[in-house]
Design a protein around this ligand. Structure first.
Ligand SMILES: C[S@@+](CC[C@H](N)C(=O)[O-])C[C@H]1O[C@@H](n2cnc3c(N)ncnc32)[C@H](O)[C@@H]1O
Length: 143
């Protein structure tokens, strides 16, 4: 949703699902990733990307048929911490040395500080807009 050019030739979109539906306000929701895959075990070789954007689901609770669930997906209530820990580890694995990870999180239900405990390193900087955080990490940028 946040890419200015949604057809940018350098972007590889990955999601675990494909979906085409209509939201309650009549807008179309199309989730058509280039790669269907799991962020806990990404189908990419080590050191494949200079830039990774990790935008996992942030909701632990949402209505079964809600537009929020359709649009953002939902965390697994039992395993979300381990899932995100594995997701972060995979982001760093597929980044080249000194590659950049941009992480987006909305802390409506889970505080950003609880999520940052799951990342292998601390972010370098970031920006907060309301409850949404954009954080920037670098692989090997801590030394
Ligand atoms: C916040 S949305 C991402 C929205 C996307 N950045 C955009 O702008 O359109 C989170 C997405 O993560 C996906 N997801 C949930 N668990 C996943 C997993 N284990 N691996 C890959 N994608 C997953 C959901 O299907 C959902 O579409």
């Amino acid at each position: 949703m946040f890419w200015f050019d949604k057809e940018h030739p350098a972007a590889v979109y990955m999601d675990c699902r494909e979906l085409e539906t209509e939201l309650c306000d009549g807008r179309k929701l199309v989730i058509r990733p280039d790669v269907v895959g799991d962020f806990r075990a990404m189908p990419f070789a080590d050191c494949s990307f200079r830039l990774v954007v990790f935008d996992p689901p942030h909701l632990r609770w949402c209505g079964e048929g809600s537009w929020m669930k359709a649009k953002y997906g939902q965390l697994n209530r039992e395993t979300w911490q381990d899932d995100l820990r594995r997701g972060f580890a995979e982001c760093f694995r597929v980044l080249v040395p000194h590659g950049v990870l941009v992480f987006k999180w909305n802390e409506r239900q889970v505080k950003i500080n609880d999520v940052l405990k799951l990342a292998p390193v601390a972010p370098l900087f970031g920006q907060r807009a309301g409850k949404t955080h954009w954080l920037v990490f670098m692989k090997g940028g801590q030394e």
